[in-house]
Write a protein that binds this ligand. Structure first.
Ligand SMILES: Cc1cc2nc3c(=O)[nH]c(=O)nc-3n(C[C@H](O)[C@H](O)[C@H](O)COP(=O)(O)OP(=O)(O)OC[C@H]3O[C@@H](n4cnc5c(N)ncnc54)[C@H](O)[C@@H]3O)c2cc1C
Length: 374
């Protein structure tokens, strides 16, 4: 990277939500930014994502909330339908102003496209099919050997490489990944007319729900309890998810045939990870799921990832000493992220004990905590 004009340089490992957000936030502040991504361009899985209020607020800090709202589906109510079919709508707090929705559903590839386009527009360079094989540091810089045998020496290396982070291991923070006994399902379906906001449905054994992600599309989610984390053949996914929805009546029964023939169904284990020690070695740092991966129950892992990118850039702006800035970043982020991971684990346990009502106060308290500034 040519930093002859004195600009600071960053190498970001992982072009996911945390990595691309960090690329935007740093490039906007004049950093020379290079991103390396092991996958292919545009390979983000095609399922939907809920952008909660804190996600939208952080995206607004990057000037991208309105694009996400225009591409996705804005909403301000969650309707919880209990086992007797009684609907309980809850108005969500609007963190980016009363004139804009409280949250949005969006297709994951669309969010990636918006972030990638902005990062490139701001001058970041993104390389696909590339990773890091070795890392060391000295003289206040990180030195990374990449898998194409090239070397980068930068002021900051950011490991935004997800729950199975290689950077985490390379900086000496091996961290267990815990499985919590649940598998989560997502299926893309045409948006039913009544799905103008998130709907959740409690059934006998499993939970399901519908999230609109555009005027024409929605995703159906389902959490399967007490199951081994085995891998099913792709061809079995849609019919199997259809079977799991069979005990539900009403609106779920109405959308079940579309799920059973959806050609976009994914099934993922509910896993978490949290780096208990420092997330940094002084010049490299792990962020996003690489540092703190919650289970999907609170639909807030992306919120933490986006906030991380923004807060990291703010702290590096405030302090030229990278080590001190990274410490300030961790001070701001650690407790908030720990609360979210712990709450998501607790909810996964309560769901499997069929104690849904006991989880509601935890969810409420965690949302209130997340509504506080990042
Ligand atoms: C089924 C499911 C549903 C979810 N739903 C929601 C939701 O509705 N709302 C929400 O807020 N959160 C949700 N989450 C959580 C959210 O997806 C994550 O918290 C978020 O994606 C974390 O972003 P990240 O950038 O840290 O990691 P990732 O999104 O995992 O991105 C990591 C990137 O790094 C790349 N990479 C990995 N290893 C390397 C390497 N060695 N070198 C280079 N690149 C590498 C990967 O290919 C990937 O592109 C959900 C999670 C799951 C599993």
């Amino acid at each position: 990277m040519d930093n002859s004009d004195g600009a600071r340089s960053a190498l970001i490992v992982g072009a996911g939500i945390a990595g691309l957000t960090t690329a935007c936030a740093l490039a906007r502040r004049g950093w020379l930014v290079e991103v390396i991504e092991t996958g292919a361009e545009g390979a983000a899985a095609g399922w939907g994502l809920s952008l909660t209020g804190p996600s939208l607020r952080a995206l607004d800090g990057l000037g991208l909330a309105d694009q996400c709202l225009a591409t996705g589906y804005g909403m301000s109510v969650i309707t919880n339908v209990d086992a007797n079919g009684v609907a309980n709508p809850i108005e969500l707090p609007r963190l980016i102003g009363q004139d804009r929705p409280a949250m949005a559903g969006i297709a994951r590839p669309e969010l990636h496209r918006i972030l990638r386009t902005e990062a490139l527009r701001l001058g970041a360079r993104i390389h696909y099919g590339l990773s890091v094989s070795h890392l060391d540091h000295g003289d206040g810089q990180a030195r990374a050997e990449l898998t194409d045998a090239t070397v980068r020496t930068v002021d900051l290396l950011v490991g935004a490489d997800g729950i199975r982070s290689v950077v985490r291991d390379l900086i000496g923070r091996p961290t267990p990944i815990r499985y919590h006994g649940q598998m989560v399902w997502r299926a893309l379906v045409p948006r039913p007319d009544w799905a103008t906001s998130i709907h959740t449905f409690v059934g006998t054994g499993h939970q399901t729900g519908v999230v609109p992600i555009s005027p024409s599309q929605a995703y159906v989610f389902l959490t399967e309890n007490e199951v081994r984390p085995d891998v099913l053949p792709d061809a079995d996914l849609a019919p199997r998810m259809g079977d799991l929805l069979a005990p539900f009546s009403g609106r779920v029964a109405e959308i079940r045939p579309q799920v059973a023939r959806s050609d976009s169904v994914i099934r993922r284990p509910v896993q978490t990870a949290f780096v208990d020690t420092s997330w940094s070695d002084g010049t490299s740092i792990v962020i996003g799921d690489a540092a703190h991966a919650p289970s999907p129950q609170m639909a807030s892992g992306a919120a933490l990832a986006i906030e991380d990118g923004l807060v990291l850039a703010q702290e590096l702006d405030r302090c030229q000493d990278t080590r001190k800035a990274l410490e300030a970043f961790m001070d701001r982020r650690r407790e908030r992220c720990a609360v979210l991971v712990k709450t998501s684990v607790a909810i996964a346990g309560l769901e499997q004990e069929q104690r849904h009502r006991d989880s509601y106060p935890l969810i409420e308290a965690c949302h209130q905590r997340m509504a506080l500034p990042a």
